[in-house]
Every structure is written in C-alpha cells, then in structure tokens.
Ligand binder design. Sequence first.
Ligand SMILES: *[C@@H]1O[C@H](CO)[C@@H](O)[C@H](O)[C@H]1NC(C)=O
Ligand SMILES: *[C@@H]1O[C@H](CO)[C@@H](O)[C@H](O)[C@H]1NC(C)=O
Ligand SMILES: *[C@@H]1O[C@H](CO)[C@@H](O)[C@H](O)[C@H]1NC(C)=O
Ligand SMILES: *[C@@H]1O[C@H](CO)[C@@H](O)[C@H](O)[C@H]1NC(C)=O
Ligand SMILES: *[C@@H]1O[C@H](CO)[C@@H](O)[C@H](O)[C@H]1NC(C)=O
Length: 356
Amino acid sequence: MKKAVVLFFLLVVTSIELLQVHGEPQVPCYFIFGDSLADDGNNNLLPTLAKANYEPYGVDFPEGPTGRFCNGRTIVDILAEMMGFDDYIPPFATANGTEILKGVNYASGGAGILNETGQTSGARICMDEQLNNHQVTVSSIVSMLGSSQSATEYLNKCFYSVGMGDNDYINNYFQPDYYPSSLLYTPEQFAKVLIEQFSQQIETLYNYGARKIVLFGVGMLGCTPNAISVYGTNGSTCVEFMNYESSFFNVELKSLVDDLNTEMPDATFIYVDAVKLAEDVIAAAFNVTTVGCCEVEELTGLCIPNQTPCQNRSEYAFWDSFHPSEAANLISAIGAYSVIFPSEFYTRDKSLVAEL
Ligand SMILES: *[C@@H]1O[C@H](CO)[C@@H](O)[C@H](O)[C@H]1NC(C)=O
Ligand SMILES: *[C@@H]1O[C@H](CO)[C@@H](O)[C@H](O)[C@H]1NC(C)=O
Ligand SMILES: *[C@@H]1O[C@H](CO)[C@@H](O)[C@H](O)[C@H]1NC(C)=O
Ligand SMILES: *[C@@H]1O[C@H](CO)[C@@H](O)[C@H](O)[C@H]1NC(C)=O
Ligand SMILES: *[C@@H]1O[C@H](CO)[C@@H](O)[C@H](O)[C@H]1NC(C)=O
C-alpha cells in the first residue's frame, strides 16, 4: 500500500509538466494571503530577519533568489501553474499596472493572524495588513474596470487562498520567552482566540468580493528540523507536544469553514488539511527529513548566505530548518489541488496515466 502511494506520487510529480493546462486558466485571477510558505518577495524590502532574497534560496527557481523561502516553487506557485496561469502571481510589493487583474500575492514571512505574531524577527505584513493591501488592489481594479459593480463581478470570479496560523504557533505560542500567549491560554483557548480573529478577517475578505476561498490549516509544526533540533523527539518522529497543541486550531478552523458555508451560501469555503498534506510528504519517504538541505543560521533557521546546498534537493523533505523543499511542495500542492478541484484532478489524473 505504502509503495503504491509513493509510486503514485513519483509518477505524478515527475510528470507535473504534463499537468499544465493549455489555454485559459480555470479562474481569471488568484489572490494569495499567507506567511513564508507563500511569500514570493513581499519581505524583500522590509527590515526583518525573515528574508530569503539571497543565494542559495531559489537555486532551482528560473529567476534565482526572489524572496521565496524555498529552493524552487512554493505550494501556491505550483497551484497557480496547475490552475493554468502562465505566470506566477506577483507580490503586492512590486505588482503594478494591469497585472493585478490576474491576482496578487500578499503573503509575508513571519506573519500571522495576530498582529504581534512574528515581531521578534522584525517587520512583517500581518493578516490585517494583508487585507488592507487587498483593499488597495480592489480600489485599483475599480478604477481599471470603471465601476465598483464590474469590479465586484470580476472579484467574485477569482480564487483566493489563505494559509495563516503556523507563525501564531511557531513565532508566538511556542516562544514563551518572548510572547505571553502560552501563559494566558490553554491550547484549546488559544485556538479559539485565533479563530475568532481569523473569522473576522475572512468576513472582511468576503466583503471585498471573495466567493471562492480556500483555507489551509496548520501543518505538522513539530516535524520541522528546527523543532527536532530544539526539543528532540524523545523517541518519536516529531515533537509531539507541538503537533498536539496546534491541532486544536485545525479542529476550530474546520468548524469555522462549515459555519461560513452555511452563513454565506453564495460563497464556497474549502478547508485544506495541512496535516494530511504533511502525511503525504512523509509517505513519500524522503531520504532526509530531520535536517534541511542548506546549512542554516542557528538563530533564524534560514540558509546561511552563499553556502553551497546539498547536491540532490529531491532527496530532502526540507530545504532549510522550517520550509519544505520544492520536491515536498509538489506533493503537497497535488494533495491540495485534489481537494480544491476534485473533479478536474480526477480527469487529469486519468489523462496523465493515459499519456504515460
Ligand atoms: C512594474 O513592475 C515591473 C516589475 O517589478 C517593473 O519592471 C516595471 O518597470 C514596473 N512598471 C511600472 C510602470 O512601474
Ligand atoms: C492590527 O493592526 C491593524 C492595522 O495596523 C489594526 O487595524 C488592527 O486593529 C490591529 N488588530 C489588533 C487586534 O490589534
Ligand atoms: C519521554 O517519553 C516518555 C514516555 O512517553 C515520558 O514519560 C517522558 O516524560 C518523556 N520525556 C520528555 C523529556 O518529554
Ligand atoms: C535515496 O532514496 C532513494 C529511493 O529509496 C535511493 O534510490 C537512493 O539511493 C537514496 N539516496 C541516498 C543518498 O541515500
Ligand atoms: C536524486 O534523488 C532522487 C530521489 O532519490 C533520485 O530519483 C534521483 O535519481 C537523484 N538524482 C541524482 C542526480 O542523483
């Protein structure tokens, strides 16, 4: 069974080029909210330690280092490709002119649902600020299309993804020396605090015209090389308390998604289980899972500038101490895509097998 799953992913992963649709993308526009897992350059000019616009980041990316926290493409890059976009979605920091009609990426390394999350690493664009930036985009689209009614009709057709919460744990709740949250709240209470604010943020996004919204849960935060090196695993594969304490967020998020679908029947909200995506990565049995491919700075867990990374990136689940390799991202993106567009995935999977 496990072998079959691995083989399936290897087939799909090596054939990802074949998956690209020709012609029109499935949706006209894609707006991205998130953290370093999705950032494609928004932190480049910010005063922060959470930056990735230097070598060896981007070693496998056509344009080299761009600010992506990866050797190659992020999950949202791959999702954009699978949806049929010709280009990656541009970062808000540099997006200009009519290219914003295809969508904008607002994601920022270190950012979270809570404003204070990630403040120890420096500046970052928290979810509230990402929404303010989206308002700027919406206003520009209103000017471009000539009326707020045509802008709304356009924005209704776009696809939106939000991947938030990881930093509210990694760079907040799990850092008791710097943030009081774990002294103030039990894990169950903290998840409720996060979801309460998150639900308002998602409602704001809805009010800006979003009607197709994908919400990613938090991943297996106890399985990063950083977590393992800081805490050890005590005989387990991962740092169990981290996975356990952050799991309440996903429980709450899933029920929020159910509520949103009931309360806003003209919109579709889709929950993507990031733990399931991580399980798919684990099932792919990467040779190396407990350290990243590049040599990292102890303080940040990010790659040391200009060091030569490992030779074969596809043998590593992680690129640095926090961020998955492109090879792992491919597996996660395929898993996410199959949840978001199940019927297309099925059709393409069959045509893919036919092409092979
Ligand atoms: C728009 O952005 C691109 C890429 O960042 C840049 O090359 C171009 O000069 C910009 N155009 C304007 C009108 O600012
Ligand atoms: C977070 O910051 C934004 C913008 O700076 C502000 O509008 C919002 O009220 C803040 N939220 C909290 C909970 O402090
Ligand atoms: C390690 O695991 C054992 C058995 O589950 C437990 O009793 C012990 O407290 C754990 N030690 C640490 C340091 O977590
Ligand atoms: C990595 O795993 C693959 C597949 O199991 C194996 O063929 C390869 O030799 C391994 N590479 C290393 C360096 O161990
Ligand atoms: C890199 O690793 C992958 C997975 O183990 C393997 O299939 C591939 O042949 C390796 N490539 C090189 C150049 O060693």
